[in-house]
Design a protein around this ligand. Structure first.
Ligand code: ADP
Ligand code: MG
Length: 181
């Protein structure tokens, strides 16, 4: 979703709730989804990918792909059509072309892609992109905004409710300005 979209927000998110968010996303995302992760250094972007990977059954510890740009996590067993996580960190990239050159547009059928700092090239991403902004750092509780196209929202809400997270809905572009840092 581009700058104005339906946004689900979560407030006072501690690490345990971030883990619950990871589990909720693991249920609500589908194969070929692209997820843009936004928020400053130390916000918890890598942390969230690690939790989603864990929830999808990936047995290894996920670390940041800052230096390698891209990491692939093949799942031992497919989960509702997802068999691969592709984890990008585009902090060091200067142009979208560089991301395209490493295969960003050739997402395999069973893959979900997470892009740390995705906001940088958001105008090149498909309109179906799911945006997740994390605000806060250090030991602060985080504010998390999830932006997705309207047809996806009920599934996200359902999965968040299942994990006992308390989503709030809004339609605005203001939330994304918070992540301009
Ligand atoms: N509520 C929280 N959610 C996510 N991470 C948190 C939270 N509280 C503390 N942290 C810590 O913040 C750090 C986030 O680091 P990381 O995920 O690498 O950030 P980023 O990838 O956004 O730069 C981790 O050390 C994590 O343990
Ligand atoms: Mg990171």
């Amino acid at each position: 979703m581009k700058d104005t979209c339906t946004t689900i927000s979560l407030v006072n998110v501690d690490e345990e709730q971030m883990q619950a968010l990871g589990r909720a996303l693991a249920k609500a995302l589908h194969a070929r989804d692209i997820v843009s992760l936004e928020g400053s250094l130390g916000a918890g972007k890598t942390y969230l990918v690690r939790e989603v990977a864990k929830a999808l059954g990936y047995p290894h510890h996920v670390t940041s792909p800052t230096f390698v740009l891209q990491k692939l996590y093949a799942l031992p067993e497919p989960r509702h059509g997802i068999d691969l996580i592709i984890h990008y960190d585009i902090y060091r990239l200067d142009s979208y072309d560089e991301l395209r050159e490493i295969g960003f547009e050739e997402l395999p059928d069973g893959a979900v892609a997470f892009v740390e700092w995705g906001r940088k090239f958001i105008q090149h991403f498909p309109p179906s992109v799911v945006r997740i902004g994390i605000h806060g750092r250090g030991n602060e509780k985080r504010r998390v905004a999830i932006g997705a196209s309207g047809d996806r929202i009920p599934k996200f809400i359902g999965a968040l409710n299942d994990e006992r997270l308390a989503p709030e809905l809004s339609t605005s572009n203001i939330i994304w300005e918070l992540f301009d840092e």
